[in-house]
Design a binder for this molecule. Structure first.
Ligand SMILES: Cc1ncc(COP(=O)(O)O)c(C=O)c1O
Length: 383
């Protein structure tokens, strides 16, 4: 048995790969993970994930957003502080900066990796900068060598947003292991899913203790007397989610290979279009290919909304390349709003001409054929 999702003639943009293993582990959790067994699946999932990542301390969470919030709060970041984030990312990278009362500062992305540019971070540093949050965008890796050097030189924290990065590596090290803390998302669209869910990993034991304390309403782990010593947060994954995650993690190599296979199908079929660039894999890195993403030449004069609607009419779901955060109504009152487009030209340019193509784990080669022939037709009409 595999996923029970109803077949549809529409080609979805994302979705998981669920097998009997996941069903049996979740069934066990709903049957047995109560009373003294309530945390058995969390322990199993966290141990397995720590081993997978090669990082000693991990905690499962209800989302990646909560992990970013906890990382910032546990580092004591708050009002008056600035945190540098990439212009192009899901808003969840930046929103937790506001949760703690600090200000997100938007820096440009690199034209090749589409991830946070170290030189742009350098230009945005100020005496108020307390942290930078690089994002492993769509499974691609930023230049962590340069970003870590900047963070060390300026004594600021690096928090890795590895929400999209299962399967990604930088010089042999798995994504999620590059900052004071690394955070993952296991949302249903992700390569490894728990339905909704997340995880925080760190090598810093002191920071980890503070995270465990803050995520349980200001209680030390193991506290049995329920006398809270701080007003904090409640961020816990359920045992059912941890069981699902354990099964997915046991199959993680197959999940990663499937993403690479899907990318390969696209690459073969789109290589005849020099006007299209797909996700980059610079030397020394492995891309996780969470979302196969096409960025086309400016010369085509084609905007992403037009192409998204044309694909939609052909029964193909896609998603826009992340809009520059500073351009969103959510940041209409951000102090940098008026300068952002000129300071972050690469983000504003690339974001206008990119789409995430169907990348679901149940995608077939025939479906990729269909997407590529429709896409080729639509682009050729313009060249
Ligand atoms: C880059 C990035 N950061 C953070 C998140 C937030 O993850 P979650 O939905 O698990 O909170 C996502 C989710 O898609 C993401 O893509």
């Amino acid at each position: 048995m595999t996923s029970t999702a109803k077949p549809s003639t529409r080609i979805p943009v994302s979705g998981p790969w669920i097998t009997d293993l996941e069903v049996s582990y979740v069934t066990d959790a709903v049957t047995n993970a109560w009373y003294s067994q309530a945390n058995v699946w969390h322990d199993r999932f966290e141990k397995a994930f720590a081993a997978h990542l090669g990082v000693p301390f991990v905690t499962s969470l209800p989302s990646c957003t909560s992990g970013l919030h906890l990382a910032l709060a546990s580092l004591g970041i708050g009002p008056g502080d600035e945190v540098i984030v990439p212009e192009c990312t899901w808003i969840a990278t930046a929103a937790p900066v506001s949760y703690v009362g600090a200000t997100p500062i938007f820096a440009d992305i690199d034209p090749v990796t589409w991830c946070l540019s170290a030189s742009s971070v350098d230009a945005r540093l100020s005496s108020r900068t307390r942290a930078i949050i690089p994002v492993d965008l769509y499974g691609g890796m930023p230049d962590y060598g340069a970003l870590q050097t900047l963070a060390e030189e300026h004594r600021i924290a690096l928090i890795e947003d590895a929400a999209e990065a299962i399967g990604a590596e930088y010089h042999g090290r798995r994504a999620g292991a590059f900052g004071r803390a690394g955070v993952f998302s296991f949302h249903g669209s992700k390569t490894l899913t728990t339905g909704e869910g997340g995880l925080l990993a760190t090598s810093d034991e002191e920071l980890f203790r503070r995270i465990l304390y803050l995520r349980d309403h200001g209680r030390e782990p193991g506290d049995r007397f329920f006398r809270n010593t701080a007003v904090a947060f409640k961020y816990k994954m359920s045992a059912l989610q941890a069981a699902l995650g354990t099964a997915q993690l046991e199959r993680v190599q197959a999940l990663i290979e499937r993403k690479r296979q899907i990318f390969q199908w696209y690459r073969e079929r789109l290589s005849h279009l020099p006007e299209v660039n797909l996700n980059a894999e610079p030397p020394g890195t492995r891309n996780g290919f969470w979302m196969i993403t096409a960025v086309w030449d400016r010369s085509l004069g084609l905007d992403k909304t037009t192409l998204q609607l044309e694909l939609d009419a052909a029964g193909i779901d896609s998603r826009p390349f992340f809009h520059p955060l500073s351009s969103l109504p959510a940041y209409a009152n951000h102090p940098d709003r008026q300068y952002a487009a000129s300071r972050n030209p690469v983000a504003y340019d690339i974001a206008s001409r990119g789409l995430n193509l169907p990348s679901a784990l149940n995608l077939t080669e025939n479906q990729v054929d269909r997407v590529c022939s429709v896409l080729t037709g639509l682009l050729r009409r313009r060249s």
